[in-house]
Design a protein around this ligand. Structure first.
Ligand code: GAL
Length: 330
């Protein structure tokens, strides 16, 4: 009896181990609309991410009502299973002009450790893109409610496509396409992340947008696209040991149209055995604005190089920080 019992326990432990090891792997499939845990379509375009206590939070444009996007928030432990956390910025509610005079694009989320607040920076635009403004929303809690704080041209500078970046010393930056899409503006933010205090012009006259920065060891890597609206363009990489100067000449990575996508974010997945970097991009107008797809691709920056290839599907293990191609994609 005891032998039977102990064999049963061993089998149970083995199954539990296999299950828990297995449960850490998820398969990310590109080219499809995602669904959340309620079975609804995920609407989070131009997405921004924040990792807090082992949970990834994703915010983005809800394009269900095409030109009047609200901002949705989702959370996930594995970047595959997304729970809807709510509409954190709402047309006509979060600000009277939102949904009529103004729309939000590319909302990006920051956590200011100094104040404890959660801060969203975004593109705050009129229908003909003439306003060229940014906006800031703040909340005490990550899931909201987010309150309107400010909107306008940062330091009086016309600003469009945008992203944020936080350096190792917690200094935050808002980086956006400035002065009628001519340059990129690197705006250093105040200690509370609520305003811009300094602007450095980068990539002068090179007309770059959709910037996304990641820092690996002491090198900053920036991806960006050309200014071609909803049409994809080559994704280009530039590297520097300083955020404000010394960026290398832009170099195309991937194919001629970034695999039909435009950069939104770069995620750093630091796990127990490795670190994986993930490119997150938008495949806009696929075929319409609400059906635009979020594309996730492993991107390898090892040895100062950058491998950026299309993969239809891959297995990801967030705990380990590892990924592998699926059989279907080999
Ligand atoms: C793209 C930009 C998008 C959106 C679009 C409108 O260049 O990256 O965020 O603004 O233009 O045409």
């Amino acid at each position: 009896m005891n032998i039977l019992k102990s064999s049963f326990c061993t089998v149970c432990t083995l199954l539990a181990t296999i299950f828990s090891t297995h449960a850490q792997w998820v398969t990310i499939v590109n080219g499809q609309m995602w669904t959340d845990t309620d079975g609804n379509e995920v609407q989070a375009h131009g997405a921004g991410f924040l990792n807090l206590n082992d949970t990834w939070y994703m915010i983005g444009e809800d394009r269900t009502d095409r030109w009047h996007p609200d901002v949705n928030m989702y959370s996930s432990k594995d970047l595959k299973t997304w729970k809807f956390e709510g509409k954190i910025i709402k047309n006509g509610v979060s600000h009277p002009d939102l949904g009529s005079e103004r729309m939000i694009e590319r909302p990006k989320l920051l956590h200011c450790k100094k104040t404890g607040k959660f801060v969203i920076w975004c593109h705050w635009e009129s229908r003909n893109y003439g306003a060229s403004e940014a906006a800031v929303f703040v909340s005490d809690s990550i899931t909201g409610p987010y309150k309107y704080h400010w909107s306008g041209r940062p330091l009086g500078i016309k600003s469009r496509d945008c992203n944020v970046f936080v350096d190792d010393d917690d200094t935050a930056y808002f980086i956006s396409t400035i002065e009628e899409n001519q340059h990129l503006g690197l705006f250093k933010l105040s200690d509370d992340y609520l305003s811009a205090v300094e602007c450095t012009e980068l990539f002068k006259w090179q007309r770059r947008e959709a910037p996304a920065i990641v820092k690996i060891k002491n090198t900053y890597h920036m991806l960006s696209s050309a200014c071609t609206g909803w049409e994809p363009s080559p994704c280009k990489l530039s590297q520097s040991d300083s955020l404000s100067e010394g960026w290398s000449e832009l170099r195309q990575i991937g194919n001629h149209n970034a695999f039909d996508s435009q950069p939104a974010s770069i995620l750093k997945i630091g796990g127990t055995s490795d670190t994986t970097y993930l490119y997150v991009g938008d495949r806009w107008m696929d075929p319409g604005l609400p059906e635009s797809k979020t594309i996730i691709l492993p991107i390898d920056f090892s040895d100062g190089n950058c491998q950026f290839e299309y993969i239809e599907s891959f297995n990801l293990n967030i705990k380990e920080g590892t990924w592998q191609p699926t059989d279907a994609s080999r």
